[in-house]
Design a protein around this ligand. Structure first.
Ligand code: NDP
Length: 257
């Protein structure tokens, strides 16, 4: 598993919690040899904590760089790569994971602020980071196969009432990913989408504006996936040899089928 990822540089967005955090831990656990991890999100303190946890406890061979980044801020994203230390600038694997849902309002009651933040993060943010990383990946040509792994959602395939905007953002991620895969078919860049179903993370706390009781109620009586379940799939997918593309994965808990 670890061989393909040896010496690679992995950039993860939304690494301060949930799936992104677990993905960072899983990369470090399974592929520590000369791995470089760039952990990004808005909460720098959480990233620093995770960075020292990985450096001290998980794999001593891993270099970890925590970087504060709001993916929806185009200017911050444009400066991301040039501002990295030289040895971190060539990204081999991008995990576009940052995303959120806010509100459960039906159409007619949707708040503009919720609409804006979901599109700005889940769609524009993902595209911003992709565009920042892609030119260097492409420039490496044959020798420089890279992976762009987009975390979509089952919601992009199966829209549900009260989730119209979130579902629309994830359907947009799906279309964007498919089109990009076709555009990049002649390169050795792998374009991958991983769509989770229900996973217990801070996701529902964010959806209910920080109301933990409402968030906990979502998971009552069912057994959601853990962020580690998704992280394992992300790292497994990235760890396949260059000619193997696991392009599109849907992963959900058994009760959700
Ligand atoms: P979390 O809320 O635990 O994690 C979301 C991450 O995104 C956080 O690290 C957060 O960091 C980051 N983030 C949010 N907004 C921004 C921003 N503007 N710029 C940079 N980072 C941002 O939820 P999950 O781990 O569950 O979510 C990860 C991905 O998985 C999302 O794309 C989500 O849509 C998707 N998903 C989740 C499912 C679930 O049931 N949990 C199901 C299907 C898909 P910070 O606040 O520090 O910026």
């Amino acid at each position: 598993m670890g061989k393909r990822l040896e010496g690679k540089t992995v950039l993860i967005t939304g690494a301060s919690s949930g799936i992104g955090k677990s993905t960072a831990q899983e990369f470090a656990r399974t592929s520590p040899k000369n791995l470089k991890l760039i952990l990004t999100a808005r909460r720098l303190d959480s990233l620093k904590e995770l960075a020292s946890e990985i450096t001290n406890e998980v794999g001593s061979g891993v270099q970890v760089l925590p970087v504060q980044l709001d993916v929806s801020n185009a200017s911050e994203v444009a400066h991301l790569i040039p501002n990295l230390p030289k040895e971190f600038q060539q990204i081999d694997v991008l995990v576009n994971n940052a995303g959120l849902v806010r509100g459960v309002d039906k159409v007619g009651d949707i708040k503009t602020a919720d609409l804006d933040v979901m599109f700005a993060t889940n769609v524009t943010g993902l595209i911003n980071v992709t565009q920042a990383v892609l030119p260097a990946m492409k420039a490496r040509g044959e020798a420089g196969a890279g992976d762009i792994i987009n975390v979509g959602s089952i919601a992009g395939r199966e829209p549900y009432p009260g989730g119209s905007i979130y579902c629309a953002t994830k359907a947009a991620v799906r279309s964007f990913t498919d089109a990009m895969r076709k555009e990049l078919i002649a390169t050795r860049i792998r374009v991958i989408e991983i769509d989770p179903g229900q996973v217990e993370t801070e996701f529902s706390v964010v959806r209910f504006y920080g109301d933990k009781d409402k968030a906990d109620a979502v998971y009552k009586g069912c057994e959601p996936l853990t962020p580690e379940d998704i992280a394992e799939v992300v790292v497994f997918t990235a760890g396949r040899r260059e000619n193997v593309v696991i392009a599109d994965t849907l992963i959900f808990p058994n009760h959700q089928a």
